[in-house]
Ligand binder design. Structure first.
Ligand SMILES: Cc1cc2nc3c(=O)[nH]c(=O)nc-3n(C[C@H](O)[C@H](O)[C@H](O)COP(=O)(O)OP(=O)(O)OC[C@H]3O[C@@H](n4cnc5c(N)ncnc54)[C@H](O)[C@@H]3O)c2cc1C
Length: 401
């Protein structure tokens, strides 16, 4: 466990410490993020929680973000190898957030008798990491859920799968992959890790307020949510919620309150704004993301069905990807093109200046009031903001290239 006295930004909430120590429990703070709490009566100060924390370096200091500079790795390493790819199975591609490459990797592991671990919803839309070993159950993991998944309970399970000689594919945010890697003691020949390009995780409290309002408006419990419904296309995705009484809510992401407050960088976990894992080298054997900007990087290939940006970061990742070649449409790409449309690969997002006040208002204001107070109207605000963000991102990329 990283020392939290100075700043909460030091803890990513991966739960590696709490998975090991019975005297540590992950507890939700007032902003809606989980942090470890120590039962001092039971703590023997063995130091193992610090040793397991991926945010603590070998010399005991807190890990900081190091900028990746284009060209820095050339000559030293042939990784990452970069591709634009999508699943040839259009049904699965349609159910996936980008091109459905995750499901192909997962099917590959299942065919060899392995287990796939990823984020899925439990009862009452609580998100946690779970293990599945049938192709049908992969639907539980498919698709991005814009929440922080709880993985404390699965870490021990992964270790016992590995101890029993079973292959495991683990997929999660970069900090979760870092937490798992430190829990299993580094690279393991039976473990294939897949980290996502990650914008950051939003407050669970914001999400609970949102769901409560939705349930009140629709008069029934929410049974399931898709944050990336592609009915109107990959780039104009919408949020869909299904309710117990058969009602369905559907709104495009630039009109839905929760998505707008998530994407505006007001509601992310403090550690996300300084994430040391948003860089190259990446944490996983494979990195998957949306290939935003594919139309400019590879003109003519984007059919708006979803394209996955794939970074192969190790021999294990490369081998796993190569065995799936027949099942995918694949175009070789390069890291500069990938980063141009998706700067989160190499640097964390910036904290929105209103975040502190926003978090104070979270308990008092409705979603509509929060949006009115902290965001510009969707009709012109988001477009203007997006244009401004694109401009700033291009300017930054020019500086970095
Ligand atoms: C919180 C979050 C932020 C993201 N931000 C970006 C971004 O800024 N830019 C970008 O290019 N891509 C981002 N992604 C990744 C992207 O949305 C897709 O997950 C990725 O392109 C893989 O898509 P796919 O079609 O291959 O597979 P999919 O089937 O869509 O991917 C599913 C995989 O994602 C995992 N997953 C879903 N939700 C979570 C979660 N909350 N925590 C951990 N793992 C989860 C599942 O376990 C499963 O393995 C983000 C994903 C998440 C979860």
């Amino acid at each position: 466990m990283v020392p939290l006295d100075d700043s909460k930004e030091n803890c990513t909430g991966c739960g590696a410490c709490a998975a090991y120590c019975p005297h540590l429990t992950m507890c939700m703070d007032e902003e809606g993020f989980r942090y470890p709490r120590v039962d001092m009566a039971g703590c023997s100060e063995c130091g193992r929680c610090q040793h397991l924390c991926p945010m603590v370096t070998g010399d005991g200091t807190v890990l900081k973000h190091h900028a990746w500079v284009a060209g820095e790795i050339s000559g030293q390493s042939s990784y990452p190898q970069v591709y634009a790819a999508w699943n040839k199975n259009e049904l699965i591609r349609g159910e996936s957030s980008s091109g459905g490459v995750f499901t192909l990797l997962a099917q590959g592991i299942l065919q060899r008798g392995g287990v796939v671990v990823g984020a899925g919803f439990g009862p009452r839309l609580q998100l946690c990491h779970m293990a599945v070993d049938t192709a049908d159950d992969l639907k539980l993991l498919r698709g991005s859920k814009y929440l922080q998944s709880d993985m404390v309970d699965i870490i021990g399970g992964i270790k016992s799968f590995l101890d029993r000689g079973r292959e495991v594919l683990f997929s999660g945010t970069p900090c979760q992959v870092a937490g798992l890697n430190s829990s299993v003691g580094g690279a393991h020949e039976l473990l294939l890790t897949c980290d996502l390009v990650c914008h950051g995780v939003p407050s669970d409290r914001l999400f609970r307020n949102y769901i409560q309002e939705q349930e009140a408006a629709h008069g029934a419990a929410a049974l399931g949510i898709s944050f990336r419904d592609k009915k109107s296309g990959w780039k104009r995705y919408s949020v869909t919620i299904k309710f117990a009484n058969g009602a369905v809510y559907e709104k495009s992401s630039d009109e839905d309150g929760f998505m707008r407050l998530f994407l505006s960088d007001l509601s992310l976990r403090p550690s996300c704004y300084v994430c040391p894992f948003s860089t190259i080298p990446r944490q996983g054997d494979i990195t998957l993301g949306d290939y935003w900007g594919v139309a400019a990087a590879h003109p003519g290939i984007d059919d708006d069905g979803g394209v996955t940006l794939v970074l192969l970061n190790s021999v294990q990742g490369l081998e796993a990807f190569e065995t799936l070649a027949d099942l995918m449409t694949v175009y070789p790409s390069d890291i500069r093109k990938g980063v141009a449309g998706n700067p989160c690969i190499i640097r964390p997002v910036s904290m929105s200046p209103g975040r502190r006040r926003f978090m104070q208002d979270l308990g008092d204001l409705s979603m509509a009031e929060l949006c009115a107070q902290y965001l510009l109207p969707p009709s012109w605000g988001e477009r203007g903001t997006a244009r401004m963000k694109r401009f700033l991102s291009r300017a930054r990329n020019l500086l970095y290239s």
